[in-house]
Design a protein around this ligand. Structure first.
Ligand code: FAD
Length: 391
């Protein structure tokens, strides 16, 4: 019998497990594949926090409200943005070394929909750095880990009884941190996705069947810049930081047709419309695309902030600093999810949810860099609240 059972080992699940354990709870963490398998580790671009001298949590919140087209839950948004600087500090204490400029200040980029430079990065492997630090801390803790143990069944019996793989686990409270469903959704649509194969959404279904409420589940996000060519880069999410550092979208005639740093849904739609107007280009295997002119990125910025992207493309025979790359929107993120309050409590007593499985924080259109932040902020809150509720 545990106090808290966490489902999922992405950034949100790891943060929740750690926070619950540090609050004194006996914690179990069950996950579908290996502990390493998740979307969080694939995140490249960065994590938002209002730490710049011209910025504030209020401005960050306002940018989310605008980017969400006024559909986000502002209570959740204000919790997210006001907790962001302390979330960054917590990650640093766990060993995450955010990239800094020569003067020692954080290297901040402006992401789509943002009015300020607010994106902290660890090169272009930010998600990898964050999940590794969280995983190391969880592995050094008393958290009992059940890898290769997908949640099949969740039954309320005073507390909660869960069937995870071959194990029956009982816990007073449960934290659902099983991510979104874009891998499955893309397979069903016959489209490409940036997601890892575990992103299939069955935990959301179990929660709905148990009576939990959800919102905006139909609002799926396309990443404006999926790789379109070479073939082995198809479905790769070209970091939005390419555009933050100067890359622009061009049509077949070499014309800019949209604000390359607009909100994600607006930029994706502009690309789709441009192709529909006959102003796109075709990949050698006949897929639609436009150009992302990455040659405009200064070499020094690319070397510090995009080394992984450069390595991937150069290994595939294309140098993004010498020629534009081909791109088209690709299914990426589940904007909506389970309804939560500011403690990440769902509408089911004793069940908490954090990360991509939860809805409200981004409304119907997430800004880049706010998902990793949501994982850390609401993961910690979920862990602490689940530990308290278990008592
Ligand atoms: C390629 C890519 C790049 C991205 N870049 C950024 C970025 O730069 N900045 C940003 O903020 N966000 C970014 N995102 C989004 C962000 O990384 C994710 O939305 C976020 O990390 C999700 O975290 P999570 O913990 O909710 O879910 P995940 O990290 O997906 O973890 C979910 C976990 O649940 C497990 N699971 C699933 N089903 C079950 C089940 N039935 N039983 C048990 N366990 C289960 C999975 O195996 C996994 O361990 C990116 C996403 C992708 C895919």
């Amino acid at each position: 019998m545990f106090d808290v059972l966490v489902i999922g080992s992405g950034a949100s699940g790891l943060a929740a497990a750690l926070a619950a354990e540090r609050a004194g709870a006996r914690v179990a963490l069950a996950t579908k594949g290996s502990i390493q398998a998740c979307n969080s580790a694939k995140a490249q671009g960065g994590i938002q926090a209002a730490v710049g001298p011209d910025d504030s949590p209020e401005q960050h919140a306002q940018d989310i409200w605008t980017s969400s087209h006024e559909t986000a839950n502002m209570e959740l948004v204000e919790t997210l943005t006001s907790s962001a600087p302390s979330a960054i500090h917590w990650l640093e204490q766990l060993g995450v070394a955010f990239t800094r400029d020569a003067d020692g200040a954080y290297r901040l980029a402006r992401c789509g929909g943002a009015t300020r430079k607010r994106l902290l990065q660890v090169g272009d492997r930010t998600g990898h750095a964050i999940t590794k630090a969280l995983r190391d801390a969880v592995e050094a803790s008393t958290v009992a880990r059940f890898p290769n143990a997908p949640l099949h069944e969740l039954v309320s019996d005073g507390g909660w009884r869960a069937r995870v793989g071959a194990h029956d686990v009982e816990a007073a409270t449960v934290v659902l941190a099983a991510g979104g469903r874009c891998f499955r959704e893309a397979e069903e649509r016959g489209e490409l996705s940036t997601n890892h194969p575990g992103a299939t959404g069955e935990v959301t279904r179990l929660a709905l069947d148990a009576g939990a409420e959800a919102r905006d589940l139909d609002a799926l996000q396309y990443h404006p810049n999926g790789g379109a060519w070479p073939a082995n880069m198809q479905g790769y999410s070209i970091p939005e930081t390419t555009r933050a550092y100067g890359a622009v979208l061009l049509n077949a005639d070499g014309e800019e047709f949209t604000d390359s740093l607009g909100a994600r849904d607006v930029v994706s739609q502009a690309i789709v419309d441009e192709v529909a107007k006959g102003k796109g280009v075709e990949t050698p295997d006949g897929r639609p695309a436009v150009y992302l002119d990455t040659t405009r990125i200064p070499v020094a910025d690319a070397e510090v902030s995009l080394p992984y992207m450069l390595r991937r493309y150069r290994a595939a025979g294309v140098d993004p600093l010498a020629e534009p790359i081909l791109t088209y929107p690709v299914l990426h993120y589940q904007n909506g999810g389970l309804v939560i309050d500011t403690d990440a409590q769902t509408t089911l007593e004793g069940v908490f949810a954090c990360g991509e499985i939860a809805g409200g924080t981004h409304g119907r259109n997430r800004m880049m860099g706010n998902s990793l932040l949501e994982c850390v902020v609401f993961g910690r809150r979920a862990g602490r609240a689940a530990a308290t509720a278990a008592r």
